[in-house]
Design a protein around this ligand. Structure first.
Ligand code: MTE
Ligand code: HPA
Ligand code: MOS
Length: 773
């Protein structure tokens, strides 16, 4: 019988609250340590005519400065190698690093930076997708996913509607800003402690920048204070800056970005402009869907093509549509290179079809829920995605039914309609939206993980993996999985710092798959040790009983059971012959049996053919749905978040509290993207909202007044870590339920205005729509 999920706290919770947990910049300063910062371009696009560093001599504290010519290699990028660490001939975004400065005194750096004069011949910058479309400057060739015949289907369709969805970017706003410290080791090596989701990228990029071997560089990450995708690729440049200074000056070197500089210089979620066309019957059956996704990639390729791929792979969301044509392009602009951000393009793809569905409902004067249910993925043949992957383990119908009841959807729709008739000051809106989110990196190569498990003689265990703890609880989940293999308390398992000298070729901690990838590797390693221990246990026990022929021994091994810190032969009636786990370990060590193991795991069955737009890119889909209700003040546009109920499928939950924490956090972050967080740029590409005062993330006021999260029991999941499902990103997409509820509210006074509602739906944007009337 399966016992109830134990209440296991996230590791180090108390130390985080008391401030004892060490983050990069908490590491003690060494006596000869220096501080690093950089001079950035204040022009979005231009030719560098001169770099005047002469005034730096006035600062005795400044010990070194570097430009592009000091680098052995100056082009980086995991997908397309196109981004210089330091701008050389041209600058292509505001905030782009040009000169690195190292000083003994942290406070001098600000002034020293200002003393460097960049002479730049300004060129006309491209900021928006609309401008970029004119020059058609793309990253990679356009991509297509196509099934059926949309042209014929549109001709046959009773109704065809078309529109455009546009959304803004989003700042990651991790608590811990980008940071790194590089320590010179033995003259020719470096140890780097960085706030990165991607230790191997830091290691590799540092090595190639300096022209040294990868084996000369180690990257260590104890934990990071949030990443949300913003440290998947974008910590590496700062770690490189610290590394360059440490390598050249032979002193430890530390860089920590100020909040404002971090927001200004780093890439964000991708703005998208998506044109779509949808054909449907009078009953609301969708016959054809065509969408052209256009992403604003910023100044370098970064992960943009992968983000676009995920957007395309989520464009049909949870709906079975026979005729589909999804095209996508990433445009080069003069914004900071846009990058990974929780849910990685999926929200922009999903939002577009959800907008289209709202319009169908409005046009047909039906409840949008009816349209969603009518088109929902279901039993064969309605179970194949446009890219040919079978949507198995579909629990959406069950989730939605459950949620409808739980949230009292039908009654509330009537109540809200009555409210809207009677109120002249406020409008209310309600929504229900489902999601399915594909778990696995869309780039199959990255779906691999490794772990090192070291069992000590007292029964405690140290585990190292390629995963980075960034608040999502991956360490706790891996500890639980390993403890389970030996049936010992979770407290006996410690997750150690992530380090490229213990685990190499790490994939970034991303795609909500790191618990699956690294946790499964840890289980494999632990099981191998358990197997060896079982042999020892037989020897120990047979020593006591005197039985030892081979056949007998084989059977005896099968019967060795690990339970609650003890090991015994479950077929024996002599239960008193149990051995304590630590006695067994001591025996094993004395008998020269290895108690450490490294293992490797890769997700089976993944492939995708980009040219044909077909494949099996995901191991499984995490699913869920949300009902949200909002109230809008008709005079100010202010939104009250009245209520949200979420039901999520996480397979067999490993730790319900952790999962619920991820769901709440992701949802609220999605709500922020949809309603509050506004990146405002000048026409010359300067980010004007780059301070805590001008960029508003959700606070307690935005927390829905009524907010429930329920995990949907799904015992049929047979992959993931211990049959659980990745949950870090998927609920972000449900933040859209709030945006849809706002549309639903606005449609009461202006159906046409509601159609054009932009994302984020700030108070200002809501007033724009209300004033159309
Ligand atoms: N949760 C916290 N607290 N902090 C974070 O930075 N990042 C999210 C999510 N949850 C994040 C988080 C993102 S973008 C991803 S991809 C997943 O965690 C990665 O972790 P996982 O693979 O262990 O789910
Ligand atoms: N998700 C998150 N990060 C990634 C992915 C992905 O699918 N592909 C490459 N980096
Ligand atoms: Mo998460 S955007 O995959 O780091």
């Amino acid at each position: 019988m399966k016992s109830e999920t134990p209440k296991i706290m996230k590791e180090n919770s108390y130390a985080h609250v008391s401030g004892e947990s060490v983050f990069t910049d908490d590491r003690p300063l060494l006596p000869n340590e220096v501080f690093v910062d950089f001079v950035a371009s204040s022009v979005a696009y231009g030719n560098i005519k001169g770099i005047d560093t002469s005034k730096l001599q006035q600062f005795p504290s400044v010990i070194a400065f570097y430009t592009a010519k000091d680098l052995q290699q100056n082009l980086f990028g995991g997908v397309i190698c196109d981004q210089p660490l330091l701008a050389d001939k041209q600058v292509t975004f505001i905030g782009q690093p040009v000169v690195i400065i190292a000083a003994k005194d942290r406070n001098v750096l600000r002034e020293a930076k200002q003393a460097v004069k960049l002479e730049i011949e300004e060129l006309p910058a491209v900021i928006s997708i609309e401008e970029a479309m004119k020059s058609n400057s793309l990253y990679a060739s356009p991509a297509t996913i196509e099934r059926g015949d949309v042209v014929a289907a549109f001709e046959k369709a009773e109704h065809v509607s078309s529109g455009v969805f546009t959304c803004n970017g989003q700042e990651h706003y991790y608590f811990e800003a980008q940071a790194a410290i590089a320590y010179p080791v033995d003259g020719e090596c470096l140890e780097i402690h960085a706030s990165t989701q991607n230790p191997s990228e830091v290691q590799h990029d540092v090595a190639s920048m300096l022209g040294i071997a990868q084996s000369q560089v180690v990257c260590v990450v104890k934990r990071i204070g949030g990443g949300f995708g913003g440290k998947e690729t974008q910590n590496a440049p700062f770690a490189q800056m610290a590394a360059l200074v440490a390598y050249k000056t032979k002193r430890p070197a530390r860089i920590v970005l100020s909040r404002d500089n971090d927001i200004l210089c780093t890439g964000k979620r991708h703005p998208f402009t998506n044109h779509y066309k949808i054909g449907f019957t009078s009953e609301g059956q969708i016959l054809a869907y065509e969408v052209d996704l256009k992403a604003n990639g910023g100044a370098y390729a970064d992960l943009s093509t992968a983000v676009l791929a995920r957007a395309m792979l989520h464009s049909e969301n949870t709906y079975s549509i026979e005729n589909v044509r999804i095209t996508g392009r990433v445009f080069r602009t003069n914004l900071a290179p846009n990058t990974a951000f929780r849910a990685f393009g999926a929200p922009q793809g999903v939002a577009t079809i959800e907008q289209a569905i709202e319009e169908i409902a409005c046009f047909l004067k039906k409840d949008p829920l009816e349209i969603r249910l009518r088109n929902l993925y279901g039993t064969p043949p309605r179970h194949i995605t446009p890219y040919g992957q079978t949507f198995s383990n579909n629990v959406l119908p069950g989730i939605i039914n459950h949620l409808l009841e739980r949230a009292n959807y039908q009654e509330r729709r009537v109540e809200i309609a009555n409210f809207n008739k009677s109120s002249s000051t406020h409008l209310r809106g309600l929504s229900l939206m489902p999601i399915k989110f594909g778990i696995s990196f869309t780039n199959a190569t990255l779906n691999q993980g490794s772990a090192l498990v070291n069992v000590h003689q007292d029964g405690s265990i140290q585990v190292s993996t390629g995963a980075v703890e960034m608040g999502q609880g991956v360490n706790t989940r891996i500890a639980e999985a390993v403890a389970d293999v030996f049936s010992i308390p979770v407290a006996c398992v410690k997750l150690m710092s992530t380090s490229t000298e213990k685990i190499h070729n790490t994939s970034p901690t991303a795609a909500s798959a790191s618990a699956d990838l690294n946790g499964n590797a840890a289980i494999l390693a632990a099981k191998r040790i358990r197997e060896r221990l079982a042999h020892c246990a037989v020897a120990m026990l047979s020593g006591e009983t005197g039985e030892s022929d081979l056949l007998h021994q084989e059977r005896a091994i099968q019967n060795i059971t690990f339970a609650e810190g003890f090991v015994f032969d479950c077929s024996s009636s002599h239960f008193q012959n149990k051995i304590s786990f630590s006695d067994l370990l001591h025996y094993a060590w004395k008998s020269r049996v290895g108690l450490g193991e490294q293992a490797y795991y890769k997700t089976p069955g993944l492939w995708f053919d980009r040219e044909k737009g077909i494949g099996n890119p995901f191991q499984y889909y995490t699913q869920g749905a949300a009902v949200s209700e909002v109230q809008i003040d008709r005079f100010t546009g202010q939104i009250d978040f009245l209520s949200t109920d979420i039901v999520m499928d996480v397979g067999e939950s490993q730790n319900a509290q952790l999962d619920k924490g991820q769901i709440a956090g992701a949802f609220i972050q999605g709500l922020g993207w949809c309603t509050l967080e506004e990146l405002v740029y000048s026409h010359k590409g300067r980010l004007l909202s780059c301070t805590t005062g001008t960029y508003k993330i959700p606070g307690i006021r935005e927390f829905p007044q009524h907010f429930t999260i329920e995990l949907f029991g799904n015992p049929h999941q047979s992959s993931g870590l211990k049959n659980s499902k990745g949950i870090g990103e998927p609920p972000f997409v449900l933040g859209l339920s709030v945006w849809i509820a706002i549309k639903n509210a606005l449609a009461n006074v202006s159906p046409e205005g509601a159609r054009t509602l932009k994302l984020p739906a700030t108070g200002e944007e809501i007033m724009r729509v209300l004033n159309l009337n």
